[in-house]
Design a protein. Sequence first.
Length: 224
Amino acid sequence: PISSGGVVLGLEVDVGRKRWRMSPAWVQRLEPLLVSLNVAEEREVWLWWRISGLLIWRAHALQLPLYSLGPVLHWMSWMGRSGDCKGPAFWEKKVRIPDDTANTLTEALARLRENSWKLWSPPPKSVVRAQTDASLKGWAFVVEGGARAWGHVPKSLEGSPIARMELYAVCRLVAFLVGEGVRTVRLIVGIDNTVVLGYLRKVFAQDQTALEMLMEMWSQLEAA
């Protein structure tokens, strides 16, 4: 039953461990074709078309975003416009695919052969907790576990609203973590300024990552 796992639409699903992969039986049926395939050789158009179609069909299961298969899609579109694709001679004609298409197919086929389990959701990130603060005299942060730092606000911020100084303290915290090689974490920061909290929530609702945004803010504050 699907509730406990099984093969669904060509995918082997393991509900208990929340993971999936291509059905090994499906991959095994393709094995003779994959073994004989060399992307650097001239092969029949129908063969390239079949392989490309299979990979596009299974892009989600292989965790291949469709944009990564762009060279394949472009080549298929070009071939479809360049000749009489209704005649048998077109499909039996042997061609060599372009290098960018070959590179894309090579990577996609490697994932297909590997057929590793994919998690439904990524493992939870480690959590870093910290507290930041700022005043007219300076900034400071404390990271849970012992790390801490403080200093004077730059001259460019002297006389600025306190919210800008609080934001500067957050940026210094992030810069410290980046310098320590900490990048892929869930950062929980205690901030006692509602203006800064509201601003950060608004900013992080955009497409850029929190790290990119904070580093950009820091450079702007330093140069203000």
